[in-house]
Design a protein around this ligand. Structure first.
Ligand SMILES: Nc1ncnc2c1ncn2[C@@H]1O[C@H](COP(=O)(O)OP(=O)(O)O)[C@@H](O)[C@H]1O
Ligand SMILES: [Mg+2]
Length: 412
């Protein structure tokens, strides 16, 4: 049968396929409303890999730009700028990236292009180390670069909030900075946001909102680069989807499938429950289990067996999820079966703290091997060592724990 598979295990979903997150959406909407009215809100969105941060940001973008009407505040019209941080992003790249995006989004008329080019002229004067550019007015001091940046941003925001004749009026600017946990120490990301938001205030610019997105460890990263940088953000922690939202993800997918395919697809209630239970609420698991079940089903109805075969068979969902998210940790960073046994024992406690003595009771190898394994796994950041209780460890991520458990189940 030739059916297009609607499920999206590999990329964020947009409005049509998005389920749940009501509380988070209401909160983000409120933050946009506050910002539009001169009380800027900055938000830090944290959550494990595959929990749905980038998908939520796509929804936020649709709301902020006015592409979709919000639940309680009508349509917004923010200039919305998105960007991603990699471990190679430095201050200059970050600023140039933002400048370019601003140009692209609003530099649509001659007058605005001219305005932007004058307002952001400083960006051309940034001297990059070793580039050989030695212009007299070149700037290289990070504090001066940040100062110029904040000033240009404030000017730009002022112009689009109070446009000249024929230009469109904007509510302000929304920045969405995804994968910020990648930031290198030298980017000093906490310091950057702290200083920029303060300078914007000083320049009388009160309608710019920053949303910074990353793995939970981003909070420590912000703190370590500036001790009070966390205080400028309201933190939103993204967690597992509720059982009814999990089923909604499956339903939305099948609605889409039946819209685009001539051959219709149904799913049994039991099969849906299996997807919900196996996934433990992790959206990337739901999408992948659904994708594989859809693939395995050969008649018009997805059964429990389709779900289980799709999940556990070779090349099925567990393998795909592993390859995409966890295999790097599980296979390539850990060469020894004994180390993997330690992880399996730990996974039984998901990601809560577990005493070394409890692991030892279940571990079949030598004491020294266990000691070595814990040290090596901690060093590779696959597990965490409790700094306030001796001899306690835990897995970093719940998603990883679920995957290890499912991977072990497969042999049965
Ligand atoms: N609310 C949601 N409804 C349906 N699918 C979702 C939802 N959130 C995430 N997903 C799916 O889960 C997977 C991971 O989502 P993503 O937004 O990329 O997570 P993150 O950015 O946290 O790693 C994607 O395949 C996406 O399609
Ligand atoms: Mg993401």
């Amino acid at each position: 049968m030739n059916k297009v598979n609607p499920f999206k295990p590999n990329s964020p979903v947009s409005t049509g396929m998005f389920a749940g997150r009501m509380k988070e959406i209401v909160l983000l909407e409120k933050a946009l409303f506050q910002t539009k009215n001169g009380l800027p809100c900055n938000i830090l969105v944290t959550g494990e890999r595959g929990i749905g941060k980038s998908s939520l940001m796509m929804i936020l973008k649709d709301f902020a730009s006015g592409y979709v009407e919000t639940l309680e505040h009508g349509k917004f019209n923010f200039l919305t700028i998105g960007g991603m941080v990699s471990d190679k992003t430095d201050l200059v790249t970050l600023i140039r990236l933002i400048e370019r995006n601003v140009q692209r989004e609003i530099g649509k008329t001659d007058a605005l292009r001219k305005y932007l080019s004058a307002t952001w002229a400083f960006a051309k004067r940034i001297r990059i180390m070793d580039s050989g550019i030695e212009a007299e007015d070149a700037i290289s001091d990070p504090d001066i670069i940040i100062d110029e940046f904040a000033y240009s941003l404030a000017q730009t925001c002022e112009r689009i909030s109070r446009p000249e004749k024929g230009e469109e009026r904007k509510d302000g600017i929304l920045f969405i900075i995804d994968e910020a946990d990648n930031a290198s120490d030298s980017l000093r990301i906490g310091y950057f946001f702290k200083v920029v938001t303060e300078l914007l205030q000083q320049h009388g610019c009160h309608n710019i909102m920053f949303v910074v997105v990353g793995l939970p460890e981003i909070a420590d990263k912000l703190l370590s680069s500036h001790e009070s940088s966390l205080r400028i953000f309201n933190q939103v922690k993204i967690t597992e989807l509720s059982p009814s939202d999990r089923k909604r993800v499956v339903d939305l997918g099948l609605e889409e499938a039946n819209r685009i395919n001539e051959d219709k697809t149904k799913i049994s209630e039991e099969a849906k429950s299996h997807i919900s239970t196996l996934s433990e609420g992790y959206p990337h698991f739901i999408q992948q289990f659904s994708y594989s079940a859809f693939d395995f089903s050969s008649d018009g109805e997805i059964s429990s067996d389709d779900v289980l075969d799709g999940a556990f068979d070779k090349g099925g969902a567990i393998d795909s999820i592993g390859a995409r998210y966890y295999a790097a940790d599980y296979h390539s960073k850990i060469k020894s079966d004994e180390y993997r046994q330690v992880l399996s024992i730990m996974a039984e406690s998901m990601n809560s703290w577990i005493k070394k003595s409890e692991i030892r009771e279940k571990f079949s190898g030598a004491d020294q091997t266990l000691t070595d394994a814990l040290a090596a796994l901690t060093k590779r950041k696959i597990i965490l060592k409790n700094s306030s209780a001796r001899g306690e460890y835990r897995l970093q991520q719940r998603g990883f724990a679920i995957w290890i458990k499912l991977f072990g189940e497969r042999r049965k």
